[in-house]
Design a binder for this molecule. Structure first.
Ligand code: NDP
Length: 451
């Protein structure tokens, strides 16, 4: 395996979810692996994405739970929320996880360079310190970063990167975008007491999700006090003497906010990697173009994860990293990742989870479909006096009874969806669900009781 012509068999640029998995697995197959990371080991998901976000979501849930507790007989006096305490606990755990990521790579004998790396020639990488190394294969796993729209005063706006480190919860926050991050952080800040306004360029939130779920989230979010401004763009943001931000959106009067947060998608991190030095081809969104085996147009250069802009989800990057390492360094046949039927979730309040085709997609692709729906008020909400309903939808191919999509908005929907997604991936039928006895009383039982 070892090709002594090169310093390493594999050099990974970017130690996030995809880069870590690929490096560790390649090393496990006997490759001599080095990896470079200019920021913190762990990448977006661990350091400033999924993981700290989920911790904030947990923290935010207590706001409603403490209110709901009253109808369950609890009296809670003197409750208060300390953002700094939560923020610091979250960051402490992120430090711990970062350490674990580093340890895992160390334990697998991966050489870590904590500095920026650039491809400076065929099989050649130059580190920020000036050190030059060579590798038989190069893997680019540099992820993506928040897209920042071009408008006057955009330097005053934060992104999700900074949201985890705020000194205080903003009294009024304007969040731009209508996707995952905008809706998740809207829920978080709203529960922490901020007055939240979402501004989106269209009048559609969470475009890829089923329309009925999107409508339900919008309706519940409005009831919770989140405000939406649709079909609008920024004209300017001006910082005022007292530190507040004067914002002008098209079609709206000037308004004052304490923070403006941009969540309008993420762009691949390709700058300064030296891709032009070796002729790596890019796509029209600036993503690195790869084939099904994550190989670029340059024979020895591969790319996985968000930098390839296939499906910007951590578990997908991990699978791509694993498949790359097994295929290039493992004993078996090369294999590729199946990017179809990927379940996903939005950790909004309440959360959304989905797998497979939406009703609209299924109608377009299959023509004849059956739609089953359960619109229910979770038992906990009934006792709590919370007038918030869940919605499950199941989309079935009328030709063969196969379930082609499941869509849920309700408490714990992502937890339930992980199991339901196996059934959809395994091409089970509506009859298979009907034949399964319900677990009563649960919310998940709605899945096997749909008529
Ligand atoms: P999304 O792609 O989810 O949403 C982007 C939003 O920004 C859309 O509402 C879109 O509007 C709007 N938008 C896009 N481009 C522009 C632009 N140039 N100017 C103004 N508005 C624009 O992006 P996020 O930033 O929320 O998240 C990035 C990615 O990270 C997600 O796609 C997802 O893959 C991943 N992620 C996953 C999470 C999860 O799994 N729970 C959580 C957080 C992020 P419109 O639709 O109207 O065109």
């Amino acid at each position: 395996m070892a090709d002594t012509q090169y310093d390493f068999d594999l050099f990974t640029i970017g130690i996030g979810s995809g880069g870590t998995r690929a490096s560790r697995i390649a090393a496990g197959h006997g490759a001599r692996v080095a990896a470079a990371e200019e920021y913190r080991v762990g990448g977006t998901c661990v350091i400033r994405g999924c993981v700290p976000k989920k911790m904030l979501v947990y923290g935010a849930h207590f706001a409603e739970d403490l209110v709901d507790a009253q109808n369950f007989g609890w009296t809670i006096e003197g409750k208060s929320f300390d953002w700094v305490k939560l923020r610091d606990h979250v960051q402490k755990d992120i430090d711990r996880l970062e350490g674990l990521y580093g340890e895992t790579l160390d334990n697998h004998g991966v050489t870590i360079f904590r500095e920026r790396a650039e491809i400076t020639g065929p099989h050649e990488i130059t580190l920020a310190s000036g050190k030059v190394v060579t590798a038989k294969y190069i893997l680019i796993a540099t992820g993506a970063r928040p897209h920042m729209p071009d408008f006057e005063g955009n330097e005053h706006a934060i992104t999700s990167n900074e949201a985890f480190h705020l000194d205080e919860v903003p009294k009024r926050i304007l969040i731009a975008g209508g996707g995952y991050i905008a809706n998740e952080f809207a829920g978080i800040f709203n529960e922490f007491g901020s007055k939240v306004t979402i501004a989106n360029r269209s009048d559609v939130i969470l475009r890829s999700y089923d329309a009925a779920l999107r409508d339900r989230l919008l309706q519940i979010s409005l009831t919770k006090g989140i405000e939406f401004c649709f079909n609008t763009e920024f004209e300017y943001v001006k910082k005022q003497e007292d530190g507040t931000l004067l914002v002008k959106l098209t079609g709206h009067e000037e308004r004052v906010f304490d923070q403006v947060m941009i969540a309008t998608g993420r762009v691949p991190n390709i700058e300064g990697l030296g891709l032009e030095n070796v002729g790596v081809e890019l796509g029209d969104r600036g993503q690195i173009k790869v084939d099904e085996f994550s190989k670029t147009n340059v024979d020895y250069i591969y790319a996985v994860g968000d930098v390839t802009d296939r499906v910007q989800l951590t578990p997908v990057a991990i699978r791509e990293g694993q498949a790359f390492a097994d295929s290039v360094f493992g004993p078996g046949e090369p294999y590729s990742v199946d990017h179809s039927c990927i379940p996903s979730a939005v950790f909004s309040h309440p959360p959304i989870a989905a797998v497979g085709m939406t009703e609209g997609e299924a109608r377009n692709h299959l023509g004849s479909i059956k739609v089953f729906q359960s619109d229910f008020r979770p038992m906990k909400n009934v006792v709590a006096g919370r007038n918030e309903r869940g919605l499950y939808k199941m989309i079935v191919d009328a030709a063969n009874d196969r379930i082609v999509g499941i869509h849920m908005i309700a408490p714990e929907a992502p937890e339930i969806m992980q199991a339901a997604a196996i059934a959809v991936k395994a091409k089970l039928t509506k009859a298979d669900f009907d034949a399964t006895v319900a677990i009563h009383p649960t919310m998940a039982e709605e899945l096997v009781l749909m008529k």
